[in-house]
Ligand binder design. Sequence first.
Ligand SMILES: [Zn+2]
Length: 335
Amino acid sequence: MTDNYGPAHWAAAPLGNYGAGRPGGIDMVIIHDTEGSYISAIDRFLDPSQGVSAHYVFRSSDGDVTQCVHEADTGYHCGNLRYNQRSIGIEHEGFAAHPSQWYNDTMLQASAQLVADICRRYGIPIDRQHIIGHAEVPSEDGTHFGGNDFHTDPGAGWPWDRYMQMVNGTPAVVPLVTSPDYAVYSNPTINLAIFSNVLRNVGSPAYDEVEDCYNTCTDNGVNPAVALAFFALESNYGTAAGAVDLKNWGNLTDPSSGQLATYDLWSLGLRDWCNHFRTTAYNNAQTISTIVPIYQPGSAGGTVQGDNSYIQQLHDLIKGWADQLAAQPNVFTPH
Ligand SMILES: [Zn+2]
C-alpha cells in the first residue's frame, strides 16, 4: 500500500534513512537521477546503513513508481537539511551522461503526473522556483550548489522545458466539483459501519472512540462524512506525527494560547470542531467551498489553488463514502 500517491508501490525505507515528520510545510519538489538502476536505488533506500532516501523512485522503461518515504516525513535526498524538510524528493532511473537513453517521455510523463498531483495537493506553484533539480539546491553553508556534496543531477540533459510543460499540462485527475457542495450541518451521508471501517483500516487512534465520535457528529447536527474528511486531510486520521498527543480533530487553535488546542479525548476535540463553524467568523458559511477559505487549512498554503485542491479532496472523500454506502447499504462491521 501507499498513502500518498495511488499508482506507487510501497517499499518502506527505515527510520534513519529519513526523518520523522516535517517541521514546516512542503513547498518544493526536488528532481534527481539515480546514476544506477531502479532496483539499486530502492535497495539503497531500504538499507539502514545508507542514511539516504527519496520519497519516490521512477523506472525508465515504463514509468513504474515506488514510494519509500511518506510525504509527511522528511526524506534525506538533497544534502541540505532545510531543503529536505520542505521538499518531496523524486528519483529517476538513469545516468545524466546519457539523458536521451533514460529520460524518455514515458518516465517523464509519469513523473510529471505525480508532480502535478503533489503541487495540487500542497498548493505548490508549478514553476522552476518550486520544482528544482538537486544541482540547484544550495549547500547548507551557502557556498555552492548541489547540496553539501556537490551533486549535479539530474544533469544538463534533463529536458526541463518539456518536463514543466508536462506538469502544467497534466489535467487535474478530477476537475473541481462544488456541486453537490456538502454542508457541514446536514444529515449523515455515511453510516457508522463505513465510518468505523475507514478509521480501522488506516489504524486511526480515534478508532477506540469510534462510536462516540460518530454520535458526537450526529448529536451536533454534523454530517459525519464531512467531519471524517476534514480529519483525513488535517492529520491523516490522527496518524500524523504528534496528532495523538493533541486529539485535535481539525487542528483548531486554542484562542487563549494561540497554539493548537489539546484534548483528553478525540470525541471532545470533535465536539469543538462540530461547533466551530457556528462562530461568527464563518458568518453562516456552512458548505465546504465557503468554509475552507475561512478555515485556512495549513496544507492548502493560503492560495486559491490550495483551497480548491483541499475542497476537491474533501469532496472526493465524501462522495467516495456516499458511493460505498449506496453500493452496500447493509454493510455492518462489528468493532
Ligand atoms: Zn540527487
